[in-house]
Design a protein around this ligand. Structure first.
Ligand SMILES: *[C@@H]1O[C@H](CO)[C@@H](O)[C@H](O)[C@H]1NC(C)=O
Ligand SMILES: [Zn+2]
Length: 384
């Protein structure tokens, strides 16, 4: 009897530290690869591994499936203290699929918050982060494998034309602004209806869940490569009610980046920068009830000072992702400073999105025709 008991104790003493070592080893194995652009599968594997190794602080949620049935995932990150209902920073990346640096920056952000938790725990004390590192997987796979400049989804539009621009598909002045929004063969195509795309609906639903549960604070959408912080509105040149706050946060981010890498970032209300148009996720987030909403147009300039735009060479991925993280950290610091738990946020019912004025425009079609040609030239290469 004593021999058996003794044997169990000895066995437990041996097995237990072994199990712990295995745990540590497994943790060390979760390495973020930034020497090459990750594939869709590579990104999903990294997320799965991380959620297994850091299960107390990362929860992966399958939030939907794309047109081509790829899984859409959100990493929900906490500090593990179990306190529910914290305020949330919602970050997404690669709504535009050719902007390859944006998933890299989103994954580095996840890595910083989870693996390098000790250095960044201030960003998780009273806030959770919900991060969608790949908002348009179909487009990303197509851009990586077939046509690198692919920007849109992969839904068929009839004829030989495919894809909708997700950042034109949200129900804010949908299809209003310039002629290519209505062209199913153009990379600015706004879609067959507001929220025709399941990927846009998925982002929309996350926004509404966060607002309805009174947790929404900041929506941050990553794009490349205009070196800008943009804030709403895009559809309207009128200032947002808390314009000062947006502007101050944008300038804080720009200063932090300039001090750290020397890169110069502009801060602007988008409509004042490049004209008005409808359908953006940034405008929608603010209308839905987020107090803060931004697009961060990351840099595409390599260490050799060459502007690579969407496709910096692999050797520049790490440095550009780190620079973006410097900016994302600054966004978060300032948002947390502005919206501490003690500040009550008055979440309103969703402001009814502005009416679709497309029919109005059609009524004036003959008059507006000349204007369209003008707008086509002005807005042909909008960056957002
Ligand atoms: C940003 O967009 C504006 C307007 O389209 C353009 O003039 C400018 O060159 C762009 N900057 C970069 C760095 O792409
Ligand atoms: Zn973009």
């Amino acid at each position: 009897m004593w021999r058996i008991l003794c044997g169990i104790v000895v066995l437990a003493a041996i097995v237990n530290p072994l199990a712990e070592t295995r745990g540590v080893r497994r943790r060390r194995a979760v390495k973020l690869q930034l020497d090459n652009y990750l594939s869709y599968d590579g990104i999903m594997e990294y997320l799965d591994q991380l959620a297994r190794s850091y299960s107390s602080r990362v929860t992966l949620k399958n939030v939907g499936r794309t047109y081509e049935k790829r899984v859409l995932k959100v990493a929900m990150i906490t500090n593990g203290d179990g306190r529910p209902g914290k305020r949330v920073i919602f970050l997404d990346a690669a709504l535009h699929s050719r902007e390859w640096m944006t998933p890299a920056a989103a994954l580095l952000t996840i890595h910083k918050l989870v693996v390098e938790f000790e250095e960044n725990s201030d960003l998780l004390a009273d806030f959770d982060w919900h991060i969608m590192p790949l908002a348009n997987p179909d487009g990303y796979v197509y851009s990586r494998n077939t046509d690198r400049y692919w920007r849109n989804t992969r839904t068929p539009n009839g004829g030989n034309c495919f894809g909708t621009n997700l950042n034109r598909n949200f129900a804010v002045d949908w299809k209003v602004g310039f002629s290519q929004l209505e062209d199913p063969c153009d990379e600015n195509y706004a879609g067959s209806a507001p929220f025709s795309e399941v990927e846009a609906r998925t982002v929309r639903d996350i926004m509404h869940i966060l607002v309805d549960s009174q947790r929404a604070v900041m929506y941050l959408s990553l794009h490349t490569a205009n070196r800008s912080v943009f804030y709403p509105w895009v559809y309207n040149t009128a200032p947002v009610s808390n314009q000062k706050e947006h502007d101050e946060i944008g300038r804080f981010v720009a200063d932090r980046i300039r001090q750290s890498t020397g890169t110069f970032i502009k801060t602007w209300q988008y409509a004042k920068f490049d004209g008005t148009f409808g359908g953006t996720s940034m405008d929608y987030a603010l209308l839905a009830g987020f107090p803060l909403s931004f697009v961060f147009e990351m840099s595409g300039v390599g260490q050799d000072q060459v502007e690579y735009k969407f496709f910096p060479p692999a050797r520049d991925i790490r440095h550009l992702a780190e620079e973006s993280w410097t900016g994302i950290r600054a966004f978060a610091e300032k948002a947390i400073e502005k919206y501490p738990p003690s500040r009550v946020i008055a979440y309103k019912q969703m402001v009814e999105p502005p009416n679709n004025a497309a029919s109005r425009i059609r009524g004036f079609s003959s008059l507006v025709c000349i204007l369209f040609i003008y707008l086509t030239n002005v807005f042909g290469s909008n960056s957002l």
